[in-house]
Design a protein around this ligand. Sequence first.
Ligand code: FAD
Ligand code: MG
Ligand code: MG
Length: 324
Amino acid sequence: SKSNTGNHYVEKESYQMGTIISQKIYGTNAEITADKITQRLKSIEENMSVNIETSTINQINSHSGQAEVFRINSDIYNILIMAEKFSSLSDGAFDITVGPLVKEWGVFTNHPHIPSQKRIKELLKLVSYKSININREKMTFRLPVKGQMVDFGAIAKGYAADEAVKICSSNGVKSAYINLGGNVYVVGHKPDKTTWRIGIQNPRAADGKYIGILSVSDKTVVTSGDYERFFMKNGIRYHHILDPRTGYPSNSDLMSSTIVTNSSICADALSTATFVMGLKKSRELLKKLDGIDAVFITKDKKVYVSEKLKRYFTFYDESGEFTY
Ligand code: FAD
Ligand code: MG
Ligand code: MG
């Protein structure tokens, strides 16, 4: 963490939610804002991480199939409501109940493996967003079938980014760059009044090699791709985004899907959903939604940018392998 109080500027890095969180905050309240954001992210992680034994999500999951309902706090409630919405909008390409499959594949662990078809078939029976029970009046939640698990990996960083932005605005911060492990939100313009520039990762090159640049302000940019976490076996890439209908890593025509909009929770859910849905279905879905833009990169190395985003996008591919 470094700061220059003369210019009211704080740059801070922390390791949270299994990833690097970086913040650049400008303005008189920069320091306190950055600290509040770190605290807020900590509390979100303590609630929602499957890696923290006492987390609320682990309690909910371990009570699946029991009669007991869980009183949930507003963070969990907000995420579940949005998760249900995007599960349904994407017709189950995004599915909040994918947890048992995620755990079985173990892509995040030191011992990932390819489950047997029999095992996948068994676990698929537990995956169904339609079965979850959210009681909106009582703020309670229940997973009806024993063994079911919700997984917030595809949506919680987006929620956290939105919360960070709320903290910026309630502290009068008008310029900030917040990056939760690739889940970016830019508040306002840069202090020099220019727009922020966000690189779109080349899915087949080293970290920081881009295929294009987005110049935006007051926007979130969230990417899901097959290159972020995966293991290789017999020349096949097994990555961490599963198709909840097959139980296997999603095998659409996309290598990555980037969503650009104002709400980071929407962007997080939709980047995962569209990555699973593939180019054609995703473009159809986006036509039905307002204010959502996208950059899709297909496996045949073509770059598709939604119409309204084109003027903010500069194609810049050092590798020379992609076409736009
Ligand atoms: P996204 O596409 O946004 O999400 C993919 C993730 O969502 C998968 O990893 C899986 O968990 C889940 N998922 C897979 N398929 C689907 C689907 N079809 N529908 C819905 N969800 C799906 N990582 C660590 O290594 N260590 C940690 O301690 C750790 N703690 C975390 C705590 C929290 C609260 C959160 C939110 C994340 C944490 N992570 C941790 C990171 C996490 O495990 C994922 O790597 C990350 O959230 C994936 O984000 P993404 O943007 O790469 O992909
Ligand atoms: Mg996501
Ligand atoms: Mg992401």
